[in-house]
Design a protein around this ligand. Structure first.
Ligand SMILES: Nc1ncnc2c1ncn2[C@@H]1O[C@H](COP(=O)(O)OP(=O)(O)OP(=O)(O)O)[C@@H](O)[C@H]1O
Ligand SMILES: [Mg+2]
Length: 480
């Protein structure tokens, strides 16, 4: 039984939540203001706090740091009528467990989110008790970003929860998946890797679930699938975003009930595996587009660990380079190498789309190009890396002719050194949105009904946009 504090000024909603959550066997307390919620949270140790954003005495997000730093460190789930991406990001960055729109509370999402938060909490307690030391599996780096990921690994390793690893290609998802397995209670059991991207469509199911002899042309023997092989151990589903919808449905059952059937088989089989999945795709986006099942999406990620790209943790580049150069030199029987002073400048200026895998390849190329030379220079780096860094360093600002009096929309952004296309597009869209909404409010005098009608937007969407751009609907001359 968990202790849950519900913070909301809407009595009706609080009552509905108390009813729902108590039915799950948890103990609920209600608070209707920020002040009251802080008082109650200090008086008792809550496991979960459901926190509304708009409260009579202020914004719920402002007390998040106070709540999360309490001794009981409750998991906080934010509930709000008007969700904004910025608010959601802020909530997560401030340590909230999750962020739910009030329109989602009814659809089972709240209970699922709570269940996941409680499972995580259980795991956290076990970690704290064991103070597990992560067996170091050649994971190199000491940047704050990598250290955060390692902490997360240590936390989930001694639990049995489903973990989703996200990150760009070559960022270490498989290495981290192995680290979780090696540090788990299943370490002496098998670690089975399923690469969903390389499985031919026709063989996906038989590879995962196994098949009976004669169930399809070429099935000469009965075979146990990878799920069965992973019994007792860990199943690592790499590139889970590549799994087709039919297999997703069957797989969902296998993880929910640990029950499945062989292709052509009529008997239920069981397998007790721990699931770790990985993807470099945006699964949330795939859910929106209908190419990834929402229920599976929530199931596979009781915990999500995002591995930062190498360009976001430049501090690690040197350490990784020394480590892999020494390792490769030993492997190839070469004498130890030194590096020229500009070498690391180039490495730090490059974007590393292939992350650590690309860095290792680059080091191999350097060693080959350097041959017996004792010093590695930047000229030994692969040509594409040197070309890209050189091009980036001489990027020309566009010339503006004196006749050009009105800059194109967003032209100022184009001058900004860091304005890559995505950032430029985002800022331009933001600016355009803001100016549109200001005009809309001016034109309608802040009348929402009229504004919705003109903009052909729903009320909630319009509210969300106004909030995002901090545009008040009050105070416009005319109709308010
Ligand atoms: N922090 C690290 N320290 C040492 N080696 C690392 C680190 N991160 C990744 N590597 C190495 O980089 C290579 C790529 O890592 P890995 O295969 O785990 O990436 P990935 O995220 O699974 O990539 P992909 O999405 O392409 O499958 C591997 O050789 C791995 O051992
Ligand atoms: Mg991989």
């Amino acid at each position: 039984m968990a202790k849950v504090l519900i913070v909301d000024d809407d009595e009706f909603l609080s009552e509905m939540l108390v009813h729902k959550i108590s039915k799950q066997g948890h103990q609920c307390t209600v608070a209707s203001t920020l002040a009251l919620s802080l008082k109650k949270a200090r008086e008792a140790n809550y496991d979960v706090i459901l926190l509304d954003v708009n409260l009579p005495d202020g914004n719920g997000l402002t007390i998040l740091p106070q709540l999360t730093s309490m001794d009981s460190a409750p998991e906080i789930i934010i509930m709000t009528g008007i969700g904004t991406p910025n608010g959601a990001e802020l909530a997560i960055n401030t340590g909230a467990w999750g962020y739910l729109g009030k329109d989602q509370l009814d659809k089972g999402n709240l209970l699922l989110s709570m269940e996941r938060a409680l499972q995580y909490r259980e795991g956290k307690k076990k970690v704290e008790k064991k103070t597990a030391v992560l067996k170091n599996l050649e994971i190199i780096g000491s940047s704050p970003e990598l250290t955060k990921s390692l902490d997360q690994i240590a936390k989930v390793a001694c639990t049995d929860i489903n973990v989703l690893l996200t990150g760009e290609t070559g960022s270490g998802k498989e290495l981290f998946a192995k680290a979780i397995h090696e540090n788990s209670q299943r370490a002496d059991k098998i670690f089975v890797v399923v690469d969903c991207a390389s499985l031919p469509e026709t063989l996906v199911e038989s590879t995962l679930f196994g098949h009976k002899k004669g169930s399809f042309t070429g099935a000469e023997f009965t075979s146990a699938g990878l799920i069965k092989q992973a019994d007792g151990g860990t199943l690592f589903l790499d590139e889970i975003g590549e799994m087709n919808l039919t297999t997703q449905k069957k797989f969902l059952r296998a993880i929910q009930e640990r029950c499945f059937r062989k292709v052509g088989g009529d008997q239920e089989e069981t397998s007790n595996f721990r699931l770790i999945s990985a993807t470099n795709k945006d699964l949330m986006e795939m859910v929106k587009q209908g190419t990834f099942r929402e229920d599976l999406f929530y199931r596979i990620q009781t915990a999500t660990i995002n591995l930062p790209p190498l360009r976001k943790r430049l501090d690690d580049i040197k350490e990784l380079t020394f480590y892999f150069t020494n390792k490769l030199c030993r492997q190839y029987g070469l004498a130890a190498k030194e590096f020229s002073s500009d070498f690391f400048d180039i490495l730090s200026s490059y974007q590393w789309p292939g992350n650590i895998r690309e860095l290792i390849n680059a080091i191999e190329v350097c060693l080959t190009n350097a041959g017996p030379e004792p010093v590695i220079y930047s000229k030994h780096l692969p040509e594409n890396i040197r070309v890209q860094v050189a091009r980036a360093s001489v990027k020309q600002e566009p010339t503006i002719t004196p006749t050009q009096t009105t800059p194109a929309p967003g032209a100022d952004l184009y001058h900004a050194k860091s304005a890559d296309f995505k950032a430029y597009r985002e800022s331009s869209v933001n600016e355009a949105e803001k100016s549109y909404l200001e005009n809309l409010m001016k034109q309608t005098g802040g009348n929402l009904q009229e504004a919705c009608h003109i903009a052909k937007l729903g009320r909630t969407r319009l509210y969300t946009l106004l909030k995002k751009h901090k545009i008040s609907r009050l105070g416009w001359p005319g109709k308010n």
